[in-house]
Design a protein around this ligand. Structure first.
Ligand SMILES: Nc1ncnc2c1ncn2[C@@H]1O[C@H](COP(=O)(O)OP(=O)(O)OP(=O)(O)O)[C@@H](O)[C@H]1O
Ligand SMILES: [Mg+2]
Length: 364
């Protein structure tokens, strides 16, 4: 899968931009605050139908403008066009000029894996970023997951509304709980399998990138462990927590409380790993994701590396270069070409990004 061209109108600090990408490596170089991340964000939008930086996507519309447009032409087994329009009422997603109603029909049409410095949030105290990671990445390869998740979130909301009523409708509460149990056991199964699959490659990539032998593993914790009896166990757990839920007026059990624990040699990464090691764990995670996506959809996703090189020493930068597949389309942002010198060759396109404008740089 390759992004052939990208057109932007009034997206962030970019008034108008039209750019084509080569099949392998493109470098976006520019000083701080010029629009490199904005450009990568727009490509991520085409992959997931949303921003990786903000929840309120109105912020992505250029100041004092009415709407923003992102359009990409993707070369897969057959070429197709994806379009995102941000407007005051929200956003509209298009596939081949047809408005897409359900975002699950848009997400993953173009698959991109993004490394962003904000991924370091994965090691923060709050589990929110880790759940978002699972939801985004699983959603990109499995539309069924997106539907299951949105149905579950709606049911959780319904259940909480019932619990808050003065007189609880017990029959309705039971129906909603039973549906929740069914959907959630599917989600637990999919999340468990996904993390298992990531773990299968994570260590290999971390060793290659870090040139060290620490053991990296992700532990998934859901409301119950996945097994063939998962549904029964979950039902029983809801039953055990019923009185408490009624008292607290909120659902205490469920996949909305799930978390991931990143461990290095069995110890939480946040307690142990250096800045550089954390960065390499995230990069290893993204490399593992590339494999998982390719295995699932049969095509290599596009790799977006935003400012990946800061905090990596020369040796690790080199290790990253030799770890990545040369035939993956890769778009890299950097403030300094010196950081990507291993990547530079005649086949690489370099674009200079200045004040939201882009210009090809012919000379290295
Ligand atoms: N809606 C918007 N309208 C106009 N400008 C915006 C909007 N949103 C962000 N910007 C501007 O875009 C610029 C930041 O662009 P971006 O984050 O892409 O920088 P960058 O080139 O990645 O820089 P760095 O190297 O520091 O990461 C900032 O100057 C910011 O004020
Ligand atoms: Mg940036």
């Amino acid at each position: 899968m390759k992004l052939r061209s990208l057109t932007l109108r009034d997206f962030r600090n970019i008034a108008s931009l039209s750019v084509s990408f080569n099949e392998s490596i493109t470098v976006l170089v520019g000083d701080n605050a010029q629009g490199k991340t904005n450009l990568l964000e727009s490509i991520y939008f085409l992959s997931t139908g949303r921003s990786h930086r903000v929840n309120d996507e109105q912020i992505c519309i250029k100041n004092d403008c009415e709407s923003a447009l992102i359009k990409g032409v993707i070369e897969g087994s057959s070429p197709f066009e994806l379009k995102v329009v941000l407007h005051p009422l929200g956003k509209s997603l298009y596939y081949q000029q047809t408005l897409i109603k359900r975002s699950s029909d848009f997400i993953g049409k173009m698959n991109a894996v993004l490394f962003s410095p904000s991924d370091m949030e994965l090691f923060d105290a709050s589990p929110k970023a880790r759940r978002r990671f699972m939801d985004t990445e699983l959603g990109k390869i499995n539309p069924v997951y997106v539907d299951l998740l949105s149905k579950t979130m709606k049911l959780l909301k319904d259940r909480n509304t019932i619990l808050k009523e003065k007189v609880i409708d017990e029959a309705y509460l039971e129906v909603v709980t039973e549906r929740l149990v069914g959907f959630q056991s599917d989600i637990i199964r999919l999340r468990t399998a996904f993390i298992q699959r990531i773990n299968a490659s994570l260590n290999k990539y971390f060793t290659q990138l870090s040139l060290s032998s620490e053991n990296i593993q992700i532990d998934y914790s859901g409301p119950v462990e996945w097994s063939i009896d998962c549904e029964t166990e979950l039902r029983e757990k809801y039953q055990r927590h019923l009185e408490r839920d009624k008292f607290m007026k909120v659902t205490s059990v469920g996949i909305h409380r799930d978390d991931l624990a990143f461990k290095m040699n069995g110890i939480p990464v946040s307690d142990l790993a250096s800045q550089g090691q954390r960065r390499m764990i995230v990069i290893a995670l993204k490399c593992a994701l590339l494999d998982v996506i390719e295995e699932t959809i049969g095509e290599k996703p596009i790799l977006l590396l935003d400012d990946v090189f800061s905090e990596l020493d020369a040796l690790r930068r080199k290790a990253l270069f030799s770890t990545l597949h040369q035939n993956t389309q890769t778009i890299i942002s950097t403030t300094d070409l010196e950081h990507v010198k291993e990547w530079l060759s005649d086949a690489v396109t370099i674009y200079e990004v200045t004040s939201g404008k882009i210009r090809e740089r012919k000379q290295l």
